[in-house]
Design a protein. Structure first.
Length: 138
């Protein structure tokens, strides 16, 4: 089982992304016809709303909890260890455990689930250098 406490020891975005990457699960259907279960849980559960707010504050609204990677759009709360319909039906500890949750952007969330790093291009911070916008001054 992967844990937030292990994840936060990794300093770079790439290290954290690789830790979370769902290798071998690309395209694996997790809810299928039971999709209503997770939608009902996310939209109606008071406990989920509380833990979601806690995680956003803990991670300062930053992608993968990394300062400088502030999420400007909708903040997703990603389950580090994926959940399935049985987890919701049985009220698994995985659902609300802050050690199993992390803030991510929509792009990062898709990249983790689909294993496609091209989604991450929007999240990369370009390091500026002197005269990088004026190539004739180099």
């Amino acid at each position: 089982m992967k844990r937030y406490s292990e994840l936060k020891c990794l300093k770079t975005f790439d290290e954290r992304f690789n830790y979370l990457l769902l290798k071998g699960n690309v395209g694996k259907e997790t809810f299928g016809f039971d999709r209503y279960l997770n939608q009902e849980f996310y939209n109606k559960s008071i406990e989920w709303k509380r833990i979601r707010n806690f995680v956003i504050v803990r991670d300062n609204g930053c992608d993968l909890g990394i300062p400088g990677h502030e999420i400007t759009g909708r903040i997703y709360i990603h389950h580090i260890n994926p959940i399935n319909p049985d987890d919701i039906k049985n009220s698994s500890d995985k659902l609300l455990d802050p050690e199993n949750l992390i803030c991510v952007s929509h792009e990062t969330h898709n990249a983790i689930h689909y294993g496609n790093t091209s989604f991450l291009n929007k999240n990369k911070i370009v390091e500026r250098t002197k005269n990088d916008t004026c190539p004739w001054k180099k």
